[in-house]
Design a binder for this molecule. Structure first.
Ligand SMILES: Nc1nc2c(ncn2[C@@H]2O[C@H](COP(=O)(O)OP(=O)(O)O)[C@@H](O)[C@H]2O)c(=O)[nH]1
Ligand SMILES: [Mg+2]
Length: 397
């Protein structure tokens, strides 16, 4: 290890000197201001002293947040050059305490770098937004306020701005209509379950994580199809893991007055479907599966292979974070997902998560559910209304 002190009139000059002599990998160990005492102190301006070292094994101590995540060696090498630029006033530690410290420092630097990138992209956003008409800037703020991802919101308002007159003036309500229209395009298709009169025994599977509202939604759909549309409906439940789960659907089936089969194996599922093949529609309620549990997903796959659904609908709750919604979708996509139902809109404070999820998921929306009441709290999504919600955020769906 090579250690050297540099004295200069200010830190910048001292660091520059150090870098020239010791190279960019040099680390600042210590910095201090030197002031002469007594009468000389009045005559001479203060100077600074920095202590610099070059050694691959030397560690710098920081009291910042600790984390054990190691950086890849390549990153470690490139980042070490930045240490000299960023870390001053850091005392040296004893050799025994060194393990892992450099990684911590480098990780902190990586975090700072990410932060800088984030700030840079925000500044870019601000620049782009500043150049847009005032109404459009307001749309952007409202969308972000409603938890629409910034890049999606930026995309939307970019579209809006490109559709408005270039002379800078446009009527407020016109601009709003253009924005609603653009949002509707992002929301894309709405496709509720469609029964064809000539086709019997349509099989619709509802899949998704536990507690999102699959069973309740099946009860709502079954009741509405039976009472409002006069269809013949049968239910099958694969949720035999919790005694209460099968009972829950059995109770709904009894109230509605429709048959229900409780199925334990893929072979039984085939038999149950066969038994109900004359019905207009067969809803298959699945057990809540953790998308991160490969064994559970494999089991679900086996039921899907045996049951050969006409439609597999993924049920997602809007109270789930946008990124989680996308992760959940990606896992369930392996078993094949045709449509999405969003539940619990009544519990959400904003609807940005729906737009964020649809931006990635790109599957038609089948239904929204808006409460616990069977059969009332379910509706066919209205893209204009959702767009209005995203732009206002102060009315409930
Ligand atoms: N607030 C609200 N609660 C709902 C909605 N849909 C279902 N739930 C409730 O969510 C809980 C779990 O529902 P359940 O159908 O058993 O979920 P599953 O595990 O996916 O079958 C129950 O308490 C339901 O009443 C909805 O749209 N809004
Ligand atoms: Mg259930």
């Amino acid at each position: 290890m090579k250690i050297k002190k540099y004295v200069a009139k200010d830190f910048k000059t001292a660091i520059q000197k150090a870098k020239e002599e010791m190279g960019r990998d040099a680390i600042i160990l210590h910095t201090r201001q030197i002031k002469k005492g007594g009468i000389l102190g009045l005559l001479y301006p203060p100077r600074v002293e920095i202590t610099v070292a070059v050694d691959g094994n030397l560690q710098v101590n920081t009291d910042r947040t600790r984390t054990n995540m190691p950086l890849p060696p390549a990153a470690a090498k490139t980042e070490s050059a930045a240490v000299i630029e960023n870390i001053c006033d850091s005392p040296v530690t004893g050799p025994g305490e060194n393990a892992g410290r450099e990684d911590e420092v480098l990780l902190e630097l990586q975090k700072m770098k990410n932060l800088m990138t984030d700030i840079k992209s925000r500044m870019y956003e601000v620049e782009v937004i500043k150049g847009m008409p005032e109404q459009v800037q307001h749309f952007y703020e409202t969308l972000v306020h409603n938890h629409v991802d910034r890049d999606i919101a930026l995309n939307v308002v970019n579209h809006v701005a490109s559709r408005l007159p270039k002379d800078g003036f446009s009527d407020d309500s016109w601009a709003r209509d253009v924005c609603l229209h653009t949002l509707q395009e992002t929301i894309r298709q709405i496709q509720p379950i469609k029964l064809s009169p000539e086709c019997k025994g349509m099989k619709v599977f509802l899949v998704g994580p536990t507690g999102v509202g699959k069973t309740t939604t099946i009860a709502k759909l079954a009741a509405n199809l039976t009472f409002l549309e006069g269809k013949d409906v049968a239910l099958i439940t694969l949720d035999t893991y919790r005694v209460s789960a099968a009972e829950q659907l059995r109770t709904f089936a009894e109230i509605i007055g429709i048959p229900i089969s409780v199925v334990f194996t893929p072979e039984d599922l085939v038999l149950a479907i066969e038994q109900h093949r004359q019905k207009d529609i067969i809803f298959v309620d699945t057990a809540g599966r953790s998308p991160y549990n490969a064994e559970q997903m494999q089991e679900l796959q086996e039921f899907i292979n045996a049951g050969r659904p006409d439609e597999t609908i993924l049920v997602l709750s809007v109270t789930t974070d946008s990124n989680d919604l996308i992760n959940i979708y990606q896992r369930f996509q392996t078993i094949g997902v045709d449509k999405i139902i969003f539940t619990k809109l009544d519990e959400a404070c904003n609807y940005g998560a729906i737009l964020n999820a649809l931006h990635e998921i790109k599957k038609p929306l089948a239904y929204f559910t808006t409460g616990q009441s069977v059969p009332d709290d379910i509706e066919i999504p209205d893209s204009l209304r959702l767009a209005q919600m995203l732009l206002n955020g102060d009315e409930a769906l």
